[in-house]
Design a protein around this ligand. Structure first.
Ligand SMILES: NC(=O)c1ccc[n+]([C@@H]2O[C@H](COP(=O)([O-])OP(=O)(O)OC[C@H]3O[C@@H](n4cnc5c(N)ncnc54)[C@H](OP(=O)(O)O)[C@@H]3O)[C@@H](O)[C@H]2O)c1
Length: 254
């Protein structure tokens, strides 16, 4: 029996949205396995969380690497024994229209934004299902939250000119979340694609002064949407959730 009330895996957890989500989950009592590629940054983020008394473990890996998903889930289960929530957040994007985008960039975006969450879902679903079964038998007080969440993008709903490969990969990740939701509902596993507009993180630093951070979403806003999902009753599900900027010039603006 796990000594932790709830446990989660977050990829891309060393900065930006992933770190905000990890922090929120820790604050809400989760033990979290955090994963990213650059070890020093990951260890530093984990050390900060541990200093606040939170239970976190790290796995340094490229989410798109061969066998990475299976190894991540195995390391998490070995450490924390249970798995309630997975947030497939690691992602990458580069500009380029259909006419100009390089095939190499497209391959990389499909690998990290689609194939990696797909592989992580495949590895995690048997464990998430087991959790849901355990909870069913746990009676009152058992926590029914078993979720697979993907950080997609508003580009997955409505592409912006010049980001064709990114938009296609993020649209595919929304489809993946919908498939998991449809296939796993009967097994007690829910799935959601969160589709944020611009969030003030390292990923949007290239915008410079063209869009001030104050007009972007905060990474904590994305973390709050995950809190919202986890508070839903077991009979409710949200398969996609678009997070728009309040000052965006039109509803589909990134
Ligand atoms: N910022 C936005 O405006 C925005 C909007 C919509 C959606 N998103 C999505 O949100 C997610 C997180 O982005 P962010 O804005 O928080 O970016 P960020 O601050 O740059 O953080 C990215 C995180 O993912 C990790 N990462 C990147 N590539 C990885 C890989 N191949 N394998 C494992 N870890 C990897 C990074 O660490 P390492 O580099 O050390 O691996 C880091 O921890 C992405 O999926 C992105 O597409 C962002």
């Amino acid at each position: 029996m796990s000594t932790h009330p709830r446990a989660a895996i977050v990829t891309g957890a060393s900065s930006g949205i992933g770190l905000a989500v990890t922090t929120a989950l820790c604050e809400d009592g989760f033990a979290v396995t955090m994963s990213a590629r650059r070890e020093a940054r990951l260890l530093e983020a984990a050390a900060t969380l541990r200093a606040s008394g939170f239970a976190v473990e790290t796995v340094t890996a490229d989410a798109a690497g061969e066998g990475a998903a299976e190894a991540l889930v195995a390391a998490h289960v070995a450490r924390f024994e249970r798995l309630d929530v997975v947030v497939a957040n690691a992602g990458w994007g580069n500009g380029g229209s259909v006419a100009d985008a390089s095939a190499k960039d497209l391959d990389r975006m499909l690998a990290i934004n689609v194939a990696a969450p797909f592989a992580l879902a495949k590895a995690a679903i048997p464990v998430l299902r087991r959790h849901a079964e355990d909870v069913e038998g746990a009676g009152e007080g058992g926590d029914p939250s078993s979720w697979f969440v993907i950080t997609s993008s508003i580009a997955g709903e409505w592409p912006t000119a010049g980001f064709a490969a990114y938009a296609a990969s993020k649209a595919a990740s929304v489809s993946l979340a919908r498939s998991i939701a449809a296939e796993e509902a009967a097994n007690g596993v829910r799935a959601c694609a969160i589709m944020p507009a611009f969030v003030a993180t390292d990923m949007t630093a290239w915008l410079g002064d063209t869009l001030p951070a104050a007009e972007m979403l905060d990474a904590a806003d994305v973390a709050e949407t995950i809190r919202f999902l986890l508070r839903l009753s077991p009979g409710a599900s949200v398969t996609e959730l678009v997070l728009r900027r309040a000052t965006a010039p039109h509803p589909h603006a990134p």
